[in-house]
Each structure stands twice: as C-alpha cells, then as structure tokens.
Design a protein. Structure first.
Ligand code: TXA
Ligand code: MG
Length: 322
C-alpha cells in the first residue's frame, strides 16, 4: 500500500488509474474516509469486502462526480429525489434508488436498489471526475474501517485500521480530517415519499424544506433494508456507556458545559454539535490507543445532527451488551 500525503494532480491521476486497473484507493470525503473500488469491477469490489471483513450481502454506496451520472445507475427516479440531489449534492447524503442494469448484485447485495452519493471534498470530486474521464462509471466506497468498527476520519486512521490488509498497488490519499465526521444521511427514495434510513448532516428539517412535505422521522418505517445498520456498529474496543457517571480512569466524552468527573480522562470537549460530530470518532479511536476499557459518553440533546450522533452512540454502546 502507498500512502500519498501530498495529493497533487499527478497523485489524483495515479489514483484514478489504480482504480481503473482494479486496485483499491482509500480517499477522503467530508463525512468519513471511504475505501474505493471500481463499482463495475466484481473482483475489485470483492477485495473491498475482504479488506473490510464485511458480509457480501451488505450493499455499497456508489460515488459519482456529478448529477448527470444518476441516470446511469438508477431508473424511475422520483421528482423529490431530483430536488434533494439538486439541493444537497455534493454533500453528506446518499439516495437509495431503483437500480439500472449497471448496478449488479455484487454492489447492491442482491437488492433491487442502489445507493448513490456525490461527496463534497475536492480530492474526492477530482478523483471521481478523473476516474470517469478514464471511462469509469462510479466508485463503490464503504467507510474505510473493518466491519463493525468506528469509521476513520483521517488518512492515518485508515492506515492504522486497514494498512495490513491492503495490497502493494492499493493507495491511501490523505486529504486531512473529514469535516463533518459522521456518515452521510441515507434516504430511501423508492417510494412515494422519502424515508430516512440513517440520520446524518442532511437533517429531517432540511429534507422537509426541500420537498415541501412533512415526512416524519421513523427509522423503522421503511421496508428497505440497509443491512449495515446493525445494532452493534460503530464500536471502539472500549465498552461505551451512555449518560452515566465516569469513574476514575474511565474515558469521558461530553459537551464542554459538562465538567469532567474526578479522575476521568476527558477525550473530547466539543463546544457545539458540529464539533461534537467532527471529533467523536477520533476521540473513540484515541481511547483505544490509550488502552481505556470504559468510556462514558453524555449524549447530545436536540434535533438535526444530534440525531445522527445519538444513532451512532446507541449502536456503539449496544455492541458491548451483545
Ligand atoms: O458517508 C458515507 O456514506 C460514507 C462515505 C465513504 O461516503 N460511506 C459509508 O458507507 O458510510 P458504508 O458502506 O460504511 O455504509 C453505507 C450504508 C450501509 O448501511 C449499507 O447497508 C447502506 O448504506 N446501503 C448502501 N447501499 C444500499 C442499498 N442499495 N440499499 C439499502 N442500503 C444501502
Ligand atoms: Mg460503514
């Protein structure tokens, strides 16, 4: 594996060519880092599953560089999905649409729908555009972590997480820390109204404003499966407890207005909800590095991005109880 810290135009074309040749390229996005492969190359995609240790019936999001590419991958696209795409792409939103023939079972986990996203990061967009200029159609990219673990928000985290599983010709592109820090909002667009499958930085309020109707927030309403949404995802090695009192030697994550219990190790001190999302995964990784066994997290209140953070924290804490 080669780690490229200075991503010049030359590095981008090398990475696009590597993808076209069937190798893997981990790249930055504004949400988290992705582990990319040519979404039409079955061998390359199977490598992604192997490197992640992920079951093959868990579908991958196809990343594209522009809105014109939607119709390559999806059919019967509802008007509200076009509105969402116009308002929030490039950005932290994945649309689940009825698939075209290009989206094979090895991308969709055998489902009849495909997930699409245009990420909002200059390196990602440059890479996707260059890949398309070489004849590529889209880059399948799950978060660049081992199955069930915390998503990486920096290139160093990708290297620590997956370095030993990548091959000699695979690349990691360094584009700094992911701005948002939690994964994209996933929206089921296969029915008459959109349904949120995974909360993220594109919030319920933003979606409702764009489409002009009230859709409500109920993760259980959709009939579509997003198999990655297991109850025990996003977990560090440490046990995560929510809204309890941290004991001496335990890790502690909370908004800055909460003071650190005596003897606890403060892992994050965010001043607002954006900062909370931005540093959460880094703080969870840091605790593993420090060998901390227990982390207490005070969950943020409110709607919007707080919803996404609560969702991930519940999953992180659940896994310890299974
Ligand atoms: O922010 C993100 O979305 C990041 C960056 C790299 O783009 N990607 C990401 O991918 O989080 P992943 O694979 O770690 O999580 C994607 C989720 C999984 O839960 C998967 O089941 C769901 O999206 N998904 C993907 N395609 C789907 C489909 N066709 N139908 C239902 N769920 C789908
Ligand atoms: Mg993931």
């Amino acid at each position: 594996m080669e780690f490229i810290s200075n991503c010049t135009a030359g590095a981008i074309s090398k990475a696009a060519k590597a993808l076209k040749d069937g190798h893997l390229v981990a790249f930055p996005t504004e949400t988290v880092y992705g582990l990319g492969a040519d979404a039409t190359n079955e061998n390359a995609v199977s490598q992604v599953y192997a490197v992640k240790g992920r079951p093959t019936d868990h579908p991958l999001i196809v990343h594209i560089s522009s809105i014109n590419q939607i119709s390559k991958w999806a059919i019967d696209i509802p008007d509200y999905a076009i509105k969402l795409a116009r308002d929030f792409w490039p950005g932290p939103m994945t649309l689940i649409l009825k698939r075209s023939d290009l989206a094979k079972d090895f991308i969709t986990g055998g489902q009849v729908n495909v997930g699409l996203r245009i990420p909002n990061h200059p390196l990602a967009i440059a890479l996707l555009a260059e890949f398309e200029s070489l004849g590529g159609h889209g880059v399948a990219a799950p978060s660049a972590n081992r199955f069930g673990a915390v998503s990486p928000t920096s290139a160093e985290s990708v290297s620590q997480e997956l370095g030993e599983f990548l091959n000699g010709d695979d690349l990691i592109l360094d584009g700094g820390n992911s701005e948002i820090g939690v994964e994209s909002t996933i929206i089921d667009c296969t029915r008459s109204a959109p349904q949120i499958l995974r909360p993220g930085a594109v919030t319920l309020e933003m979606i409702q404003k764009t489409i002009g109707i009230d859709i409500g927030f109920d993760l259980n309403q959709s009939t579509i499966k997003a198999p990655g949404m297991l109850i025990n995802h996003y977990s560090p090695k440490a046990k995560v407890s929510l809204d309890t009192i941290a004991k001496p030697g335990e890790g502690f994550i909370a908004m800055s207005e909460h003071s650190t219990p005596e003897g606890a190790i403060r892992l994050a001190n965010p001043k607002n909800i954006e900062e909370y999302a931005h540093i959460l995964y880094k703080a969870l990784r840091e605790s593993d590095k420090l060998g901390i066994q227990n982390i207490v997290v005070i969950i943020p209140k409110g709607s919007g991005l707080a919803e996404a953070i609560r969702d991930r924290l519940l999953r992180a804490s659940n896994s310890n109880k299974l």
